[in-house]
Design a protein around this ligand. Structure first.
Ligand code: WT7
Length: 652
């Protein structure tokens, strides 16, 4: 009871931007935010052209936007290069010898690359790509640990117009194989290994497994470039694999950036949907760069001498937009860390902040909740007075965690920006601006410039204040996804058909009487486990690929630490005995097919799954059972009532 009262009080608190912060901020008042927001909605072309002029264009555009819903083109006729904007643009002034990337490996090794040094390494590696027959438009898989070379590989692809597809280092060989096959990648960049909690992640071995045999993936990839990170023993396939450091011996540091059409593809990033295999979200050049440039500039309100740290892995969109491209486009110093937050002890993050004097920290609620659990003493051990701004991303942040973040990490003096966005949106969409928008713990607050967000009911009508509904976006924005790679029909159907011509986010939300957005979470069959997005259908197909499984249904259950936990209901083929060991085996099986992050937290064997008469699995009932609630609501369409009783009792 006490808890409820407290959380209610917390929810109603409002934190105005600290006056000193506002005085120096780019957007320093609510009136200024409102004026610019109005302009960005009423005259987006004027707003975005002005922002776009801060970037370096090789050729000026002749039209800002062509919108043939759901297909958008931004800055038509314009030519631009992302790598040139992130690097060359900063070489002429005082930023040349400024740190672009400061990095710390998990074992404690360190590296700093100035803009000049990073530029040279990117040029050299771009020449390595060319030497290995990677050309403009070719797709390249990047499967690396969080080391500077991962950013170098991305920027080198962007420099020559190759399209990268980064695969998170925690994904399995099967996941790599699927992504190669779907993207038609011809080259792959990896490392011998990476460090995680003191152990070596065998990245190259996973690549070898993915390319084994005669699959489409094996036929597609002609070249594998291997960076030596850990020095562990690996297999080198003659004629296919080459060492990164050897290749560098053959190239020089000169590589002109390729002028690319604004709509030239920059990258494909696979993400889970509610059906089928992960979809390849396609982002293009000019609009994406503008979106991440503008949001990084205004949301993090970067100062020239800031050290900015986004803790995401480069394998996720947050790593693409806010570890690599956004901060570098702004000429900032971006800090990168390779490993786990509790290695060797639970104070690794706070040690890093103290050591390097980090000013801006951008992390995920799941990490914040883990820090709370590990205890304040780990935080208090360190001097965090360099911090001036905190950010949160990836899932809804509960007001208690928000308050802890603000008070314990931020010492009560740093604004907290809760940023809502998605792989598909490319850049932050709903967020506080730290010098302008008063923050309410647990609310992502207000839409960013140019974002026409609304909450609607099933008919697409906007709902009144505080009523729940579906979060949609009514206007195109520069960094929006352009399509699902190779599947424009799925793109249209998935995002633009429920409310014709309007973008469906898949999230539920409400807007309060001040117009603030409160994101509830996914309302489709997508789970958010520790800030990682997983499709229930993907986990189900992994489970049914096991020879003893007949049917599987996967649902989410609320989890204090991870936001959501994965619960799998499994029916076995006839004659197969359910036993404890099989549960473990099924978890491993999912780990092998997708990656450790997708392993079910709980496997429940059932005689049958609850279905409607038309054979559709009734997930709502399974969700209620998984969260230990008694089944309520309408069950009249259920085909066989006896199933419910056995399911509820099936936990051993
Ligand atoms: C989903 C997108 C955006 C980069 C990381 C995740 C959830 C994300 C927030 C937030 C509430 C959030 C949504 C969204 N989400 N940020 N600040 N508050 N929910 O990218 O893997 O594409 O997942 O993450 O449910 O739809 P993603």
């Amino acid at each position: 009871m006490q808890d409820n009262i407290e959380s209610h009080l917390t929810e109603n608190r409002v934190f105005a931007p600290p006056p000193e912060f506002a005085a120096n901020a780019r957007i320093g008042s609510m009136a200024e935010y409102q004026r610019l927001y109005r302009e960005s909605i009423d005259d987006p072309e004027a707003f975005w052209s002005r922002e776009a002029r801060e970037l370096l264009w090789r050729r000026e555009w002749n039209r800002v936007l062509e919108w043939k819903a759901p297909f958008a083109k931004w800055f038509i006729g314009g030519q631009i290069n992302v790598s040139e904007n992130c690097l060359d643009r900063h070489l002429t002034g005082g930023r040349r010898n400024k740190a672009a990337i400061i990095w710390e490996g998990e074992p404690g090794d360190r590296q700093t690359l100035t803009y000049q040094q990073l530029h040279r390494e990117v040029c050299r590696f771009a020449n390595v790509l060319k030497r290995n027959h990677v050309a403009k438009g070719d797709r390249v898989i990047i499967y690396m640990p969080a080391i500077p070379e991962a950013a170098i590989a991305m920027l080198a692809c962007a420099r020559i117009g190759a399209v990268h597809s980064v695969v998170f280092g925690g994904f399995s060989a099967d996941a790599i194989r699927d992504r190669i096959a779907d993207s038609g990648a011809t080259a792959l960049i990896t490392a011998d290994g990476g460090y995680r909690r003191g152990a070596v992640v065998p990245l190259k071995r996973n690549v070898d497994d993915a390319l084994r045999g005669t699959s489409a993936a094996a036929g597609s990839v002609k070249r594998v470039i291997v960076f030596r990170r850990t020095g562990n023993d690996i297999h080198i396939e003659e004629g296919r694999d080459v060492w990164w450091h050897r290749e560098l011996e053959y190239v020089d540091g000169n590589c002109e950036p390729e002028p690319l059409d604004s709509e030239h593809p920059l990258y494909i990033l696979y993400t889970s949907g509610s059906t089928g295999k992960p979809k390849g979200i396609l982002h293009t050049t000019g609009g994406y760069l503008l979106g991440i440039y503008s949001t990084t500039k205004y949301v993090f309100d970067l100062r020239e001498d800031d050290i900015y740290w986004c803790t995401a892995d480069i394998g996720w969109v947050t790593g693409h937009s806010y570890v690599v491209y956004g901060p570098l486009a702004c000429g900032a110093t971006t800090f990168m860390y390779e490993g786990a937050p509790n290695w060797p002890e639970p104070d690794r993050f706070w040690r890093i902040i103290e050591t390097y004097g980090v000013n801006i920290l951008y992390t995920a609620p799941t990490a914040i909740r883990a820090f709370i659990r590990w205890g304040n003493e780990w935080v208090k051990k360190h001097d965090l007075s360099s911090l001036r701004l905190l950010g949160s991303v990836g899932e809804p942040i509960n007001p208690e965690a928000w308050m802890w973040y603000r008070d314990v990490v931020g010492g009560g003096r740093c604004p907290v920006v809760d940023t809502w966005w998605q792989t598909e949106t490319g850049a932050i969409m709903i967020t506080a601006l730290p010098g302008a928008i008063p923050q309410k713990p647990g609310s992502a607050t207000l839409p960013f410039f140019g974002v026409d967000a609304a909450i609607v009911d099933e008919q697409g009508e906007e709902v009144p204040a505080n009523a729940g509904g579906k979060l949609i976006v009514r206007k195109p924005w520069p960094s929006m996804l352009r399509t699902i790679y190779g599947d424009p029909e799925r793109f249209e159907k998935q995002y633009w058909s429920e409310f014709k011509g309007r973008y469906l986010t898949g999230d539920g939300a409400r807007r309060d009487e001040d117009g603030y957005f409160w994101i509830v979470g996914r309302i489709d069959d997508v789970l958010n486990v520790a800030g990682h997005r997983l499709g229930t259908s993907e986990i189900e197909s992994a489970l049914v690929s096991h020879p003893q499984v007949a049917e599987a249904a996967v649902v989410g259950r609320a989890d204090e630490l991870k936001g959501q936990a994965v619960v799998a209901f499994v029916t076995l083929k006839s004659g197969i005995e359910a036993h404890q060991e099989l549960k473990r085996e099924l978890r491993e099986h999912v780990g092998k097919h997708i990656g450790a992050i997708a392993k079910p937290d709980e496997v429940r064997f059932a005689e049958a799954l609850p279905k409607t008469r038309s054979g559709k699995i009734m997930r709502r009932l399974l969700k209620e059972i998984a969260s230990g609630k008694s089944v309520t609501g309408d069950t009249t369409t259920l085909e066989d009532f006896s199933v419910l009783a056995t399911l509820s009792g099936s936990e051993e």
